[in-house]
Design a protein around this ligand. Structure first.
Ligand code: TV7
Ligand code: CA
Ligand code: ZN
Length: 392
């Protein structure tokens, strides 16, 4: 009814599973897997599934998770039980070792299932790209960029992005990883620190003393040794509170445009964490749904196959808005979808304002003060251009 049609000669695949959404991190925990239900329902209300190949994903296998994560961490994750269950009395310090069971990464019922589902979604998406069956593959359930080889971190237990990029590397010579989550994509950067086959770029709030995870300074560009192939292949864009759409879009296009020309990636992996939106419970930026989506549109315009992942996002109604809008960009229907949330959308009452594009005033009571000077943003772009001179 919205005239959403399949794009000609262009395939978008949507990978999801209703399984993940059943899991809970705990009453007060900011991560709400239910936001994926809200996203899917908004995408469906707009009729977008007609324009895509839709897949229900299976769990990733132990062997698949093991392509990045260590066996002892996975073995512990499988048996890890929530607080009210018997503990592993022989190894009481393993939870500390793996950073599990704290308030950020709690042990909850069905944790292993939740993790292997998220990884399964991202792996399926990556495989649609390596088999040339999709031009854009969407994995909103993925994007858990902080997980390490043998450690959980920042709400992330399994690094589905690393697993997906390892898959892409089987057929692609160079992968460009872009991360617009408000947090630094430290786990992905670390995993590909010593290779020139993956360039990682993260835009994030940077304030080491007060904002998680505290890494990702402008000068951190990979190994310091010029003999290491990974040198100059990590790009960090440290930002302060209150950045606007106009500033972010300018930065994004200046930086990604230059990287694309110099590095010539054959595929893009784009993490679309929605906690960079205005009014996010954990975020600090003043981005609107349009500004966030402009990054997806720009990447699509480069004409390279792409996997898009979810990530953070702690105000569920805005997460659903951004990811539904970005799905419409992927299928080329962004100029056609109505701005008003469909009348028949389930959960419509959750969208306090009935628009897909809330204004800053609608997103938060008082827009955050913008602490990013034009001068500093120009310095950042200059620094990145200088790094790229070292890239062959
Ligand atoms: C990708 N910020 C993940 C982002 C991970 C951020 C953090 C919380 C938080 C956790 C809670 C909670 C919270 C209101 C916010 C140093 C600490 C301070 C826990 C209270 N409320 C992504 C991780 C970050 C858990 N962690 O990039 C249960 O905020 O700053 C920290 C670490 C120690 C632990 N405490 C916070 O978006 C998906 N955590 C309420 C209940
Ligand atoms: Ca980021
Ligand atoms: Zn985040």
């Amino acid at each position: 009814e919205y005239n959403i049609v399949r794009p000609k000669g262009y395939t978008v695949s949507y990978h999801a599973t209703p399984e993940m959404e059943k899991h809970h991190f705990g009453q007060t925990h900011p991560m709400k897997p239910w936001r994926l239900t809200l996203t899917k329902s908004l995408v469906t209300s707009y009729g977008m599934p007609f324009a895509m190949d839709n897949y229900v994903t299976r769990e990733a296998t132990y062997e698949e998770l093991n392509t990045f994560h260590s066996s002892d961490y996975l073995d512990y994750l499988i048996t890890a039980a929530p607080e009210d269950q018997p503990r592993d009395i022989e190894n009481p310090d393993k939870e500390v070792k793996y950073n599990l069971g704290g308030s950020d990464c709690p042990l909850f019922h069905g944790l292993y299932n939740y993790c292997s589902m998220s990884a399964g979604v991202s792996l399926d998406a990556a495989r649609k790209i390596t088999s040339n069956q999709s031009d854009i593959a969407i994995a909103w359930a993925g994007g858990l960029h902080h997980a390490k080889r043998y450690e959980a971190s920042g709400f992330c237990y399994i690094n589905d992005i690393v697993l997906a990029i390892l898959q892409l590397l089987r057929t692609h010579p160079r992968v460009l990883y872009i991360d617009i989550d408000v947090h630094h994509g430290d786990g992905v950067e670390e995993a590909f620190f010593s290779t020139d086959r993956v360039m990682t770029v993260s835009f994030h709030k940077y304030h080491p003393e007060t904002f998680f995870p505290g890494t990702g300074a402008l000068e951190d560009n990979g190994p310091k040794s010029e003999h290491n192939p990974g040198a100059h292949h990590a790009i960090n864009v440290p930002l302060q509170d209150g950045i606007t759409d106009a500033q972010y879009e300018w930065l994004f296009e200046s930086i990604i445009g230059a990287i694309n020309e110099r590095y010539r990636p054959s595929v893009i992996a784009l993490q679309c964490g929605a906690d960079s939106l205005a009014g996010d419970r954990l975020g600090r930026f003043n981005l609107r749904v349009e500004g966030h989506g402009a990054c997806v549109r720009y990447c699509k315009s480069l004409g390279i196959p792409m996997v898009v992942f979810g990530g953070g996002g702690y105000t569920p109604r805005n997460v659903a808005r951004a990811w539904a809008y970005e799905t419409s960009i992927a299928i080329g229907a962004d100029d056609r979808i109505p701005e008003t949330i469909p009348e028949h959308a389930p959960w419509r009452e959750h969208f306090i304002h009935e628009t897909l594009f809330p204004t800053l005033e609608q997103s938060m009571h008082e827009p955050r003060h913008n602490r990013n000077s034009e001068k500093r943003l120009r310095e950042i772009v200059t620094h990145v251009h200088e790094q790229l001179r070292f890239v062959a």
